[in-house]
Design a protein around this ligand. Structure first.
Ligand code: AMP
Length: 216
């Protein structure tokens, strides 16, 4: 399964990606996680990406594209992959398509998780993660249990200000990727409001329908 997960910030992509990669046994390629690790490790890429990330801006296409293409060339991606947070611009989508074409490969599905703008800010500013396990919580809707609550951390770009900037970027830059995939018959639209299990069921049901449709 070669798939992409897209949606506004705070739509639940990270949570769903976590579930889907287990189910389909594919590597989870999150460009946001890759950049955060690079920043933490103090690499040249991390140094270049950090200011954009803090401001809620997109990292320039050429940096992201090179990083993803290099990652997709690694052996664990041979049996498929889940891209989370990429592509986020039309040039990124086109570069991915070119790289897959060159390798004689194609995508199986693009899952779009849809959540209304009004719900995003509360979801993002309440988000916390456990640095030990990577589990994502929400202070109100999915609070961390005792013993974990003391160590959860907030992402530097999960502030109200950066959230607004990221949402604007999503509408300006990422939304144009949607018709690109819709035109190829790869897009599945998923209503992203509900429990993580409810949303997961919607996704797996839609993927089964897409696969049986493309097989027939
Ligand atoms: P995320 O964890 O996916 O929300 O990504 C966190 C931040 O990393 C974003 O706000 C961007 O600054 C940067 N980033 C991640 N993926 C991309 C991408 N595909 N294109 C440009 N910037 C990205």
């Amino acid at each position: 399964m070669r798939m992409i997960l897209i949606g506004p910030p705070g739509a639940g992509k990270g949570t769903q990606a976590h579930n889907l990669v287990k189910r389909y046994q594919i590597p989870h390629i999150s460009t946001g996680d890759m950049f955060r690790s690079a920043v933490k490790a103090g690499t040249e890429l991390g140094r270049q990406a950090e200011a954009y990330m803090k401001a809620g801006d997109l990292v320039p296409d050429e940096l992201v594209i090179a990083m993803v293409i290099e990652r997709l060339g690694q052996p664990d991606c041979e049996g498929g992959f889940m891209l989370d947070g990429f592509p986020r611009t039309r040039p990124q989508a086109e570069a991915l398509e070119g790289a897959l074409d060159n390798a004689g490969l194609s995508l199986d599905a693009v899952v779009l998780i849809e959540v209304a703008d009004q719900l995003i800010e509360e979801r993002i500013t309440g988000r916390r993660s456990d640095p030990e396990t990577g589990t994502i919580y929400h202070l109100k809707y999915n609070p961390p249990p005792a013993g974990v609550a003391d160590r959860v951390v907030q992402r530097g770009d999960d502030t109200s200000e950066a959230c607004k900037a990221r949402l604007t970027k999503y509408h300006d830059d990422t939304a144009p990727v949607i018709p690109f995939y819709e035109g190829k018959g790869l897009l599945v639209r998923i209503h992203g409001v509900g429990s993580p299990d409810e949303v997961l069921l919607r996704i797996t049901t839609a993927l089964k329908a897409l696969q049986s449709h493309s097989a027939s």
